[in-house]
Design a protein around this ligand. Structure first.
Ligand SMILES: NC(=O)C1=CN([C@@H]2O[C@H](COP(=O)(O)OP(=O)(O)OC[C@H]3O[C@@H](n4cnc5c(N)ncnc54)[C@H](O)[C@@H]3O)[C@@H](O)[C@H]2O)C=CC1
Ligand SMILES: O=C(O)CCC(=O)C(=O)O
Length: 461
């Protein structure tokens, strides 16, 4: 009785906060060890109080409870035989998180760190990101704790075929459409597509994106996440009457996202002075040569340290986090989750960083984000900044359905428009809900509302 009286005397804001707190507590109680997933849930929930105050119907419909629980998680054994004839076993995952606005869509990650917490955090973020693109795609993610590093091509092929043998039972062009992520590029997608086709006995181009251009891939998909990241940064800068011209930029990683972010930033007049891999980073004060990075990573499959063989004037340092001690105007974490902690954030701040934009998924810890936001560093959150990749994946699906292929210019122009729209929608949503200038809040609110409304329209499912 006392509880009821207390509840009725709460303001709308207190009720919303109480609701968010209780749902978070339930999630934490259910999966207390899933650190990355809980981090991602918390970041999203923290933005949503004003939405629940304005629209209590989302509480009445249990939207949070439902949106934070995957519709389905598939876990499976992936047996394969290595080059020595030894049987190896990995664990595969697909989390089909939310299909309110379209079929599940999101990448596959092959990395030894992959576990339920990682695929769930990535899948949850993907729901909001995909909604922000304005494309009809739901959220999903998957992968395996397989380490492609040091494996031969034949081992990678056998692994991909075994992985797809199980995954094929759960995906399809109107069900769930995987793509690449860390450790999964066009080569792995090719092996998986071949196996899917063989098992189904038909050519269903729309079942995977990031395919090779010769069999249904979209021109521009390879570049899309990195280019999209820079298009988003351009919008952030424009709002401050600034441009990338003569900006000093630091980009972590040297994989798919990093390479094309570096390429686009350079083409717009920026000087990119550093990039990294999981062993260390290079610093080239004259500006990195992106063609050399491509040669090292896309062709030679070598460590970034080998950059010095081509450019002896550059410097190489062991370890990853030191890259954030390099002074820059724009910092682009494009490697992996939680790569910028509080100390790294403080170093960037002390060195005068103006913009941090997340090319990778959740690369900043909660503490690092607090450092940036409380010191007026403009902060672009991953869901918005790196949405260009999945947006062009959706364009690949559209081209596959129409059995046609657009030109690079057509795809790039659509990507540019999508990134501008995402930026504008984030700015507007943040303003409408009393959090002007907070792009994290804007991205979470804008992404949430579209999915929540679709969930209400479709009943309690
Ligand atoms: N590929 C895509 O289209 C998209 C990728 N992302 C995200 O971007 C990030 C990078 O993905 P990709 O470039 O696709 O992967 P990738 O496998 O092509 O490259 C990853 C790069 O990061 C490096 N790396 C790994 N751990 C590191 C660390 N602790 N410090 C520095 N470098 C490290 C690796 O050596 C590699 O160069 C991931 O967070 C991924 O989820 C987000 C949206 C789309
Ligand atoms: O292109 C896709 O479907 C997935 C991209 C992805 O995994 C991501 O946005 O994190």
């Amino acid at each position: 009785m006392m509880d009821l009286i207390k509840k009725n005397s709460l303001t709308d804001e207190q009720k919303a906060k109480e609701y968010l707190k209780n749902v978070y507590a339930t999630i934490k109680h259910r999966d207390p060890h899933e650190q990355e997933f809980l981090q991602s849930v918390k970041e999203i929930f923290e933005s949503l109080t004003p939405v629940f105050v304005k629209h209590p119907t989302y509480m009445e419909n249990g939207i949070l409870e439902r949106i934070a629980e995957p519709e389905r998680i598939i876990t499976f054994r992936v047996p394969w035989v290595d080059d020595y004839g030894k049987v190896q076993v990995n664990r595969g995952y697909r989390v089909q998180f939310n299909s309110a606005i379209g079929p599940y869509k999101g990448g596959l990650r092959f990395h030894p760190s992959v576990n339920a917490s990682i695929v769930k955090f990535l899948g949850l973020q993907q729901i909001f990101k995909n909604s922000l693109t304005g494309q009809p795609i739901g959220g999903g993610k998957g992968g395996a704790d397989f380490d492609p590093k040091g494996k031969t091509d034949a081992e990678i092929r056998r692994f991909c075929q075994s992985f797809m043998t199980e995954l094929s039972k759960h995906i399809g062009p109107d069900i769930d459409i995987p793509a690449g992520d860390i450790g999964v590029g066009a080569k792995e997608i090719g092996y998986m597509f071949g196996q899917y086709k063989r098992l189904q006995g038909r050519f269903e181009a729309g079942v995977l994106t990031g395919k090779g251009l010769g069999y249904g891939g979209s021109i521009g998909r390879k570049e899309a996440t990195g280019y999209g990241t820079i298009y988003f940064v351009q919008e952030m800068l424009k709002d401050q009457d600034m441009s990338l011209e003569n900006c000093t930029v630091v980009v972590s990683g040297s994989g798919n996202v990093s390479i094309y972010a570096i390429e686009k930033a350079i083409s717009l007049g920026a000087k990119v002075v550093a990039c990294s891999d999981s062993c260390g980073y290079i610093y080239d004060e004259n500006g990195i040569n992106v063609e050399t990075v491509k040669q090292i990573k896309e062709v030679n499959n070598d460590r970034i340290s080998s950059y010095l063989q081509f450019h002896p004037e550059a410097k190489y340092f062991d370890g990853c986090s030191g890259i954030w001690s390099i002074p820059c105007d724009v910092a682009l974490p494009c490697a992996t989750q939680n790569e910028i902690d509080q100390d790294s954030a403080n170093q960037l701040l002390d060195n005068g960083v103006k913009i941090v934009a997340e090319g990778a998924n959740m690369p900043s810890t909660a503490e690092a984000i607090r450092v940036f936001q409380s010191n007026n560093v403009l902060f672009g959150p991953a869901k918005a900044v790196n949405a260009g990749g999945v947006a062009v994946s959706s364009l690949e699906m559209a081209q596959n359905s129409m059995r046609m292929a657009w030109s690079f210019e057509e795809v790039d122009q659509k990507l540019h428009e999508i990134m501008k729209n995402i930026y504008n929608n984030c700015v507007t949503a943040a303003k409408d809900y009393g959090q002007e200038g907070n792009l994290i809040a804007g991205a979470n609110i804008s992404g949430f509302i579209k999915v929540a409304d679709a969930m209400i329209d479709q009943g309690i499912i």
